[in-house]
Design a protein around this ligand. Structure first.
Ligand code: SF4
Ligand code: SF4
Length: 447
C-alpha cells in the first residue's frame, strides 16, 4: 500500500508564537547558531559581498569599558540597527562582546575559537578596546594583565588564561578588518602614559607597520576617550557596506582615522569659535566665551564632537562648557598635560585675535545696529517698540554707516527705486518692474 504523504503544517498555521519559533538555546554559542541557520555551502573563505552576516569580535585590553558604554549610546546608526540588519545594504552584525553578549563561559569562548579555526560561515572583524599590555612583562612573575577564556592543555584544572593580546594575534590575520576603538587602543592612551608599568601600547604598535587584514586593510583607528559612539557605528556601517560590495572602502587618513570624521580641528566647528575670532576669551568656567585661555587645546586637535555631539547629537566638550584636553590625539595625555593650563602656543594666536578683534568688533556692532532696523524706521527716525527704548544712531554712527554703505554697494545697485521716474506718484515703488519694461503699468511709463 502506497505510503500516505502528509505536508507538514506551515509555520503560520501554528497557533502560538512559541510553536512557530524554535526555542533559542541561549547556552549555545551564537556563532554556532548562525552556522545552523545558514551553513557555509560554497562560501568558505568568502570575504566580499554579498554577505548576509558579519561577525564582530570585541576584545578588551587595558580598558575602562568607556568605549563600550559610548558605543551602546550611539544613535546614528545605533547598535540595534547594526545587530538587526535594519540598514539597507548593510549586512547584519553578530556581536561577540565580553560584557554585553548573552552567552557566557565555554559557549562564549567557542565563538572566538570558531573564528580562529576558520569555521565561520561569514567574514569577521575584530574590535579592540583598551591598550594592549606587554604580557611578556607579566609572565616574568607568572601572571597576566588582560585575559579572556582559558586554554586547557591536559588537566581541566590547569587551564591557563588566554590573554586578549594573544586573541588579537590569533584573530587579526583572518579578519576582514581590525578596528581599534578609543584612544587606549588607537594610540596607547592613559595606560601608556608616563610611568606605564605594563608596557601598554596601541593595536597599531602591537601588530606592527606591516600588518594587513585578510582584505589588505591596515588597522582602522577611531580615537577618543571615550570616543563618540556614532563615530564608531558609522565607520563600522561604512566598512560593512564595503564588505557587502555596495560601497568603496571609506577614506582613512595616514593614521587610519576615518578622514571625514577627523579631518578638521574641533576648533573650526566649535560653538565658541566666533568669540575666538573676535578676540574675546573666558576668564573662568561658566563664561560663554572661548575657553583657550583657561586650557582649551581645540585649535590643534582633530575631533568632531562640537558638530556631532556626544550622544544623539547633544552635548560634547565645549558645547557644554568644558575645555578640549586633546583626548583624540596620539600625544594624549602626556603632551596635553598639565590639563586646565593655558596651552603654551596660544599666546601668539590669542594676541593676534585680540588685536584684529579690537577693530572688527566695533565695526560689526555698528553694522548690526543698522541691520536691526526696518526701512520705515529709518524714514520715521524712531523704532516703535514697546519693549524698550532703541536709541537713534548719532551723527558719527550715521556718517560711518553712510560711507560703509557706499563701500558695500561700490559695484552694485542698492535695493529700491531711488529715481523719481521709477516711482508711483506719491513715492511708492513697484518692485521688480521698471518703466519701459513689459508689464509696466501706464502710470509707470515716462510722461
Ligand atoms: S573653546 Fe577651544 S575649540 Fe572652542 S573656540 Fe575656543 S579654543 Fe577653539
Ligand atoms: S573636544 Fe577634545 S577633549 Fe573633547 S572629545 Fe574632542 S578631543 Fe576629546
Amino acid at each position: 500500500m502506497a505510503e500516505e504523504l502528509s505536508i507538514p503544517p506551515s509555520p503560520l498555521e501554528k497557533e502560538t508564537v512559541a510553536e512557530r519559533v524554535e526555542p533559542v538555546d541561549w547556552l549555545s554559542s551564537s556563532a554556532e547558531r548562525e552556522l545552523q541557520k545558514d551553513p557555509m555551502i560554497g562560501r568558505e573563505g568568502a570575504m566580499l559581498g554579498p554577505v548576509k552576516v558579519v561577525h564582530a569580535y570585541w576584545l578588551a585590553g587595558m580598558s575602562c569599558d568607556g568605549c563600550t558604554i559610548a558605543v551602546t549610546g550611539a544613535t546614528s546608526p545605533s547598535v540595534e540597527d547594526l545587530l538587526t540588519g535594519r540598514l539597507p545594504g548593510v549586512p547584519r552584525l553578530v556581536l561577540h562582546h565580553p560584557v554585553v553578549s548573552v552567552e557566557a563561559g565555554d559557549a562564549f569562548v567557542k565563538n572566538y575559537e570558531l573564528a580562529e579555526e576558520g569555521k565561520l560561515n561569514a567574514p569577521y572583524v575584530v574590535i579592540y578596546e583598551g591598550s594592549v599590555a606587554n604580557e611578556d612583562l607579566a609572565k616574568e612573575t607568572g601572571g597576566y594583565w588582560c585575559a579572556m577564556g582559558v586554554s586547557v592543555m591536559n588537566d581541566p584544572y590547569e587551564g591557563k588564561p588566554i590573554t586578549t593580546a594573544e586573541w588579537l594575534k590569533r584573530l587579526a590575520p583572518g579578519a576582514a578588518a581590525v578596528i581599534a576603538i578609543g584612544t587606549c587602543a588607537t594610540w596607547g592612551g592613559v595606560p601608556s602614559a608616563y610611568g606605564n608599568p605594563t608596557g601598554a601600547m596601541s593595536v597599531m604598535d602591537f601588530l606592527g607597520k606591516d600588518y594587513r587584514s585578510a582584505l589588505g586593510v591596515p588597522v582602522v583607528n577611531i580615537p577618543g576617550c571615550s570616543p563618540i559612539g556614532d563615530n564608531f557605528t558609522e565607520t563600522v556601517a561604512a566598512v560593512l557596506l564595503f564588505l557587502n560590495g555596495y560601497g568603496p572602502l571609506p577614506e582613512f587618513d595616514e593614521l587610519g582615522r576615518p578622514a571625514w570624521l577627523f579631518g578638521e580641528t574641533v576648533h573650526r566647528r566649535c560653538v565658541r569659535a566666533g568669540y575666538y575670532e573676535e578676540g574675546v576669551f573666558a576668564h573662568e568656567y561658566g563664561d560663554k566665551e572661548c575657553l583657550v585661555e583657561i586650557g582649551c587645546w581645540g585649535p590643534v586637535v582633530q575631533c568632531n564632537i562640537t558638530s556631532r555631539g556626544a550622544i544623539n547629537h547633544l552635548g560634547g566638550c565645549m558645547n557644554t562648557g568644558g575645555i578640549c584636553i586633546g583626548c583624540t590625539m596620539p600625544g594624549f595625555p602626556d603632551r596635553f598635560s598639565p590639563f586646565y593650563k593655558r596651552p603654551p602656543g596660544s599666546l601668539v594666536s590669542t594676541s593676534a585675535s585680540r588685536t584684529v578683534g579690537s577693530f572688527v568688533r566695533p565695526l560689526r556692532r555698528l553694522t548690526m545696529q543698522f541691520q536691526n532696523r526696518e526701512q520705515l524706521w529709518d524714514k520715521r527716525q524712531r523704532v516703535p517698540s514697546g519693549w524698550g527704548n532703541v536709541p537713534e544712531p548719532g551723527l558719527l554712527k550715521r556718517s560711518l554707516h553712510y560711507f560703509y554703505e557706499k563701500l558695500q554697494f561700490l559695484n552694485a545697485e542698492p535695493p529700491g527705486r531711488t529715481k523719481p521716474e521709477e516711482m508711483y506718484t506719491g513715492g511708492y515703488e513697484v518692485p521688480g518692474v521698471r518703466p519701459g519694461q513689459s508689464g509696466a503699468r501706464p502710470e509707470q511709463e515716462p510722461k
